[in-house]
Design a protein. Structure first.
Length: 398
């Protein structure tokens, strides 16, 4: 790379993080290639919630018409008690989000979001069947090595390769931490669960040792659910697989009819043992950086992993926009120094919710419910009100 030419960026991983970065780089006029290990592109059959801090960015990347046509905009998020479904708190989303934060709150099918991203990219951006096994960095560039023996060069590489990241190994020798909790995920037809779709909402029922979340996706035709339970038995690091509906039924025995009706409508469920990793001190070198779950894998109890990845992607593209060979290390440093404090806070809060959501009935639970039930519209401002592009402007290089 000459000192004055724009950098060529290699992205390892074609999940939501890698594809959003590819789109943000493309919009910034930078050349980028995504290397994805899977033979085909796709996402798991499950839902995803996107908050205004991410949707404002996806809209600016040109995805607003597609997202508005596919997503559900829930009117509210309600926390409820496990046994009688009484409401602990109700936070307004819908129009309220648009008014307060200038961007919507979306509930989507993951495959829809993934497809919208792929379709927005120039053809040939993603190379499939490319499992990266290692990367070598020198002062002039990086060389990626793949399982099939091939190699590729670039000026910088971004690891968007998820919680098991190969690229992260170049920086730190940590391992995923088991949370002791697993989730069953499923999709059911909305017409089979009329009580929970009467109004489009994100619903969370909190109970001792477990909680249950559901919300509509796919233009309201399907309801996505996530049922958290204590992990039983050993889990290794390939922790996703098929679950059994009867185990979810047993785990939620005695819960309110709203919850058991959703579980009862499921024909199949997937099972995931939840892991995260502790925040790290550094996630970049001169020509390598991390993004999304490879940088800051978190428990899903704030629904923020993909939201943070979208913020990362726009921040990184913004830092790289004007970079040259000489300034590349400084651009990666700027990206990391902007993103690490925020993603660390989100990782820690997500972990904190794994205790708060699962309190046994008693004094601590009543205190939690009273606190959550106290109206505080500003409670989510730090999360939803954040605009990474404003932050970029404030983090100008010296
Ligand atoms: C139950 C549950 C619910 C969640 N709900 C939400 C939510 O509502 N909102 C939200 O924002 N987040 C949510 N999350 C978190 C969110 O799913 C993740 O943070 C997000 O999907 C991470 O995207 P990623 O692209 O960083 O990683 P991944 O999705 O893991 O993608 C990594 C990609 O890299 C590829 N790859 C891996 N290794 C290699 C390699 N060596 N070479 C080439 N390719 C490779 C993989 O095949 C994959 O395509 C939830 C998570 C869970 C478990």
């Amino acid at each position: 790379m000459r000192n004055d030419t724009p950098p060529r960026i290699a992205v390892v991983g074609g999940g939501l993080a890698g594809l959003t970065l590819a789109l943000a780089l493309h919009r910034a006029g930078l050349e980028c290639r995504v290397y994805e290990q899977a033979p085909q592109l796709g996402e798991v059959g499950a839902g995803i919630q996107l908050a205004p801090s991410a949707t404002r960015l996806l809209h600016r990347l040109g995805l607003e018409p597609a997202l508005r046509s596919l997503a559900v905009e829930p009117a509210a998020m309600e926390f409820r008690r496990w046994a009688d479904s009484s409401v602990i708190s109700r936070g307004l989303l819908g129009v309220h989000c648009e008014q307060r934060y200038g961007a919507p709150y979306y509930a989507l099918h993951r495959a829809d979001l993934h497809r919208v991203l792929v379709e927005a990219l120039p053809r040939g951006t993603v190379r499939l069947g490319a499992r990266c096994t290692g990367v070598e960095e020198d002062p002039d560039g990086v060389v990626l090595r793949f399982a099939d023996g091939s190699e590729a060069g670039a000026d910088a590489v971004v690891g968007a390769d998820g919680i098991h990241s190969v690229l992260r190994r170049a920086l730190v020798a940590d391992r995923p931490r088991a949370s002791g909790q697993s989730v069953y995920r499923g999709l059911v037809e909305s017409r089979r669960v009329p009580a929970v779709v009467a109004e489009p909402r994100v619903l969370l029922w909190l109970g001792p040792g477990r909680h249950f979340v559901c919300y509509p996706v796919s233009d309201g035709r399907l309801v996505n659910f996530v049922a958290t339970v204590p992990t039983t038995g050993a889990t290794d690091e390939s922790w996703s697989g098929q679950g059994r509906v009867e185990d979810v039924v047993a785990a939620y025995d005695g819960w309110c009819a709203d919850v058991t009706s959703v579980i009862g409508a499921a024909d199949e469920v997937s099972l995931w043992a939840l892991h995260d990793r502790a925040p790290i001190e550094r996630w970049s070198t001169g020509r390598l950086t991390l993004l999304g779950d490879s940088a800051h894998p978190m428990l899903p109890f704030l629904g923020q992993g993909a939201n943070q990845a979208v913020e990362d992607a726009v921040a990184l593209a913004g830092c790289l926009r004007d970079a040259t060979s000489g300034t590349l290390p400084a651009a990666l440093e700027r990206y990391e120094s902007m993103r690490r404090p925020r993603t660390t806070q989100v990782q820690e809060r997500s972990r904190g919710n794994s205790t708060a959501f699962h309190l046994p009935d008693g004094d601590a639970q009543r205190e939690r419910d009273a606190r959550m039930g106290t109206p505080a519209p500003e409670r989510q401002d730090w999360l939803y009100g954040y605009d990474v592009e404003r932050s970029l402007a404030a983090h100008q290089p010296a």
